[in-house]
Ligand binder design. Structure first.
Ligand code: B1M
Length: 208
């Protein structure tokens, strides 16, 4: 279990980007494992702000400033996870599905994939089939879809159906998504978190 950095955790919740930057920089300088920082403090802070939102103790602006503070920390961590100068193992494209603007989980998945040696074509948020198709056109071997809303999750079925029979693998994930749902809609793979997304890509593309 990763240890919690309370300063960092609290700073994300109150959207204090300066403190987030200082705490992450300090942890990096002290050579603390950045994955522990994410799993022990940063992701739990986002989970807590979500729980407060669900209890009507926080509102959209609070979620937004927390998300910005989280992204400030992730931007500092990303270069440490990315592997430089090697031939990519495969190319994937990654986006949050149509109607959905949540991108922190997607960004984390992208960071982990880059760290594991994959070339990642980040398509951003609110991606329709045409955007995923464009990613495949640029050489992606797999399409990765993220969704955080129960209302946008069904669009993953549209993406899966679009790529059926084209030899393109579709992998899905995001907080409301489950293995059972992935099977139901015929997705090729599912990841419960960013590390599991990497394993799913490796399995689906036959790299393990
Ligand atoms: Co929104 N939001 N939000 N939000 N938001 C949730 C998702 C919610 C659960 C909050 C709640 O009610 N408790 C709720 C959804 C309810 C539901 O659908 N059942 C919700 C809602 C309702 C909304 C709005 C509708 C609110 C409104 O306007 N009334 C609105 C919708 C906007 C839209 O998308 N159209 C909205 C808006 C926003 C903000 C813009 C303010 C902001 C997003 C900012 C941003 O992303 N740039 C925001 C935030 C921050 C959240 C919460 C608090 C945090 C999300 C997050 O970043 N988590 C969230 C509550 C929560 O998650 N507990 C909430 C941290 C991140 C690391 O985790 O994204 O789950 P996650 O990613 C994980 C895994 O899911 C997985 O790996 C990641 C790392 O472990 N994963 C994959 C993700 N993608 C994957 C893909 C894979 C594999 C794994 O393979 C391809």
């Amino acid at each position: 279990m990763s240890e919690r950095n309370q300063e960092l955790y609290d700073a994300i919740i109150r959207g204090d980007r300066k403190t987030v930057q200082a705490e992450v920089e300090k942890a990096i300088a002290d050579k603390r494992p950045v994955v522990d920082l994410m799993n022990g403090s940063m992701i739990p802070a986002m989970r807590e702000i979500g729980a407060r939102f669900a209890r009507n103790e926080a509102y959209v602006p609070e979620m937004l400033i927390a998300a910005r503070a989280m992204q400030t920390g992730l931007n500092l961590i990303e270069p440490l996870l990315a592997e430089a100068g090697h031939e990519p193992r495969a190319r994937v494209c990654l986006g949050t599905v149509k109607g959905d603007l949540h991108d922190i989980g997607k960004n984390l998945v992208g960071m982990m994939l880059k760290g594991a040696g994959f070339a990642v074509d980040d398509l951003g948020v609110d991606c329709d089939v045409a955007k995923f198709e464009a990613g495949v056109g640029r050489g992606a071997n797999a399409v990765l879809c993220s969704a955080l809303l129960t209302t946008t999750m069904p669009y993953m079925k549209t993406v899966v159906e679009h790529f059926k029979g084209q030899g393109v693998k579709v992998i899905i994930g995001g907080a409301p998504v489950t293995q059972k749902y992935a099977e139901e809609i015929g997705a090729d793979g599912y990841g419960a978190d960013a590390n599991a997304a990497v394993s799913a890509v490796e399995t689906v593309l036959g790299l393990v």
